[in-house]
Design a protein around this ligand. Structure first.
Ligand code: B1M
Length: 211
């Protein structure tokens, strides 16, 4: 089994020890940081997303895979920088104002990272102004909004309106969270509905590829 296949398998198995070790092994064996990212980590996390969407993986398996991905990315990051590999696009993500739930948002952030995005995580209880400010500090291609309370869903519409009014070029806005539906996403003018974290990352990746 090649190092890249082993790395993909380590992410799938959520092996937090093996994943960073395989990064070192790959680099020592002459693989580039970009290969390790694209053909090992992103490949592994895409498959995790597919299995989660298809009901083959449950939340605990996704969470341990996310930990393995993070451990490997931390080891790979300095090499990506040294080899001049820049993320294709930036995503800003946060749980909307009034809402403190962050498990789904963190998962969505990890899936976006696993899809090759640089992710700016604004945390929880984030007002519209903070999303707008983050988009003014750097070019942002994707915004991810999370809400778990029916009482905080209206905050999403305010954020969509604020971003549409003040950010150019317009980022692609994805909304997600248990109480949401596609119809709600359409009604508030969001571009996409992330039924789950993997779908959110897929939508973001497809939109960036079309640009
Ligand atoms: Co809260 N809570 N909670 N809670 N909580 C719910 C949401 C609730 C449904 C429980 C219930 O009553 N049955 C209910 C909401 C009812 C409603 O609004 N209709 C509720 C309530 C009422 C509250 C409080 C008001 C309780 C109180 O204090 N009286 C309070 C609110 C605090 C606040 O936010 N202001 C509260 C507090 C809490 C805790 C702090 C205790 C804790 C949060 C801990 C944390 O997040 N760090 C908590 C929890 C854990 C839950 C439940 C049990 C689990 C939520 C969760 O993490 N799910 C929840 C009940 C339930 O859902 N069974 C509940 C797992 C997570 C992976 O799913 O976030 O949907 P989810 O994310 C999914 C997708 O939605 C999607 O991807 C993820 C999976 O792939 N997704 C995105 C989400 N965001 C995305 C963004 C994207 C893309 C996809 O962008 C790209």
């Amino acid at each position: 089994m090649s190092t890249l296949s082993q790395l993909e398998a380590a992410v799938l198995a959520g092996d937090e020890q093996a994943a960073p070790r395989l990064i070192e092994q790959g680099l020592a064996g002459g693989l580039s940081a970009k290969q390790l990212l694209d053909e090992g980590l992103i490949a592994g996390m895409s498959e995790v997303g597919r299995r989660f969407r298809d009901g083959e993986y449950y939340l605990p398996e996704v969470l341990v895979a996310a930990d393995a991905l993070k451990a490997a990315l931390a080891r790979l990051q300095p090499h990506l920088v040294a080899q001049g590999v820049r993320p294709e696009a930036t995503a800003v993500i946060g749980t909307v104002r009034g809402d403190l739930h962050d498990i789904g948002k963190n998962l969505a952030a990890t899936m976006l990272q696993g899809a090759g995005f640089e992710v700016v995580d604004l945390g929880v209880d984030v007002p519209a102004e903070k999303f707008v400010a983050a988009c003014q500090q750097q070019p942002v291609q994707v915004i991810g909004l999370s809400a778990l309370l029916t009482t905080t869903m209206p905050a999403m519409e305010m954020i969509v309106q604020a971003v549409r009014t003040s950010v150019r070029p317009a980022p692609y806005i994805i909304v997600g969270g248990a109480p949401l539906t596609q119809a709600f996403a359409d009604r508030i003018g969001a571009d996409g509905y992330g039924r789950d974290a993997a779908t959110g990352a897929d939508l973001a990746r497809r939109w960036c590829a079309r640009r």
